[in-house]
Design a protein around this ligand. Structure first.
Ligand SMILES: [Zn+2]
Length: 103
């Protein structure tokens, strides 16, 4: 990992910028990482991040982790994330808001 990438990952962990959103009663889980450019939707299986870096690495078939995904995996291992609970009825408006944040 490049030093600059590592710094970004550490800064996300420091800021506790990894969030787990749980919708009840379905227990649907959504994870977001607040990066330098705003919120990003991340997922481990399948590996996915909504940022441009990840998108372009997919296009180039590099399958590289962007710094959001690296931070996400590290935070999960160390339990360094915040959990928020919602009702299933809020899911749609939550996703709408999230996609407004993603540039
Ligand atoms: Zn990303």
């Amino acid at each position: 990992m490049k030093k600059r990438t590592k710094d970004k990952v550490l800064s996300i962990l420091d800021r506790k910028a990894i969030r787990r959103h749980v919708f009840l009663p379905s227990k649907t889980e959504i994870w977001t990482v607040i990066g330098e450019e705003g919120d990003n939707l991340v997922s481990e299986k399948p590996t996915f991040c909504s940022c441009k870096d990840f998108y372009f690495s997919l296009l180039k078939k590099e399958k590289k982790f962007c710094y959001h995904l690296s931070a996400f995996v590290a935070a999960k291992k160390r339990n360094m994330y915040s959990t928020f609970y919602y009702e299933d009825a809020e899911f749609e408006s939550f996703m709408n808001l999230l996609f407004k944040e993603i540039k």
